[in-house]
Design a protein. Structure first.
Length: 162
């Protein structure tokens, strides 16, 4: 993969800017896998009682509100940097995208587009153990000019091939 010329491997989390032209700013995207979301639901009563693991954008709103991707100490395996906390949301993104709960969900919070992503794998023993109910085979397709989103559903195609 390192030899593919138009592929960029990035860290988790990553803050990228795309579609920059001349001095015009681009679209700022914060990408985060979302490993802290499970423990965060356990800590916030509103999230726990509203079954938010089925609606991951609700959880992301709380992360944005706190300006931190893992605001609960010990919620993720993280090797701290003595100079900087890379989980702090320093710059306001145009888009934040996550994936850990394996469910597509789209919302907005203070003008920030929240895109939560699906997966390609249905229920596993691990998913059941952590309380995930995956909604697999969905792909969020974002039009960068209009910010319209379509969710492509490949689940029927997947079922027909088995």
């Amino acid at each position: 993969m390192h030899k593919i010329p138009n592929l960029y491997l990035v860290s988790n989390p990553s803050f990228v800017e795309i579609e920059c032209q001349n001095e015009k700013p681009g679209i700022k995207i914060l990408m985060y896998h979302g490993a802290s979301m499970h423990s965060f639901v356990d800590e916030i009563e509103e999230l726990r009682l509203s079954n938010s693991s089925r609606f991951p954008a609700k959880i992301v709103k709380h992360l944005l509100l706190r300006r931190h991707l893992a605001p609960t100490h010990g919620s993720v395996v993280y090797i701290p940097d003595a100079n900087e906390d890379h989980l702090v949301i320093k710059e306001v993104p145009d888009i934040i995208t996550t994936g850990d709960l394996h469910r597509p969900d789209i919302d907005k919070y203070n003008g920030i587009l929240i895109i939560c992503n699906s997966c390609w794998q249905s229920m596993t023993a691990f998913e059941e153990k952590v309380g995930n109910i995956p909604d697999p085979s969905k792909v969020n397709l974002l039009n960068l000019k209009t910010f319209e989103i379509k969710i492509l559903d490949f689940s029927e195609d997947m079922q027909n091939k088995t």
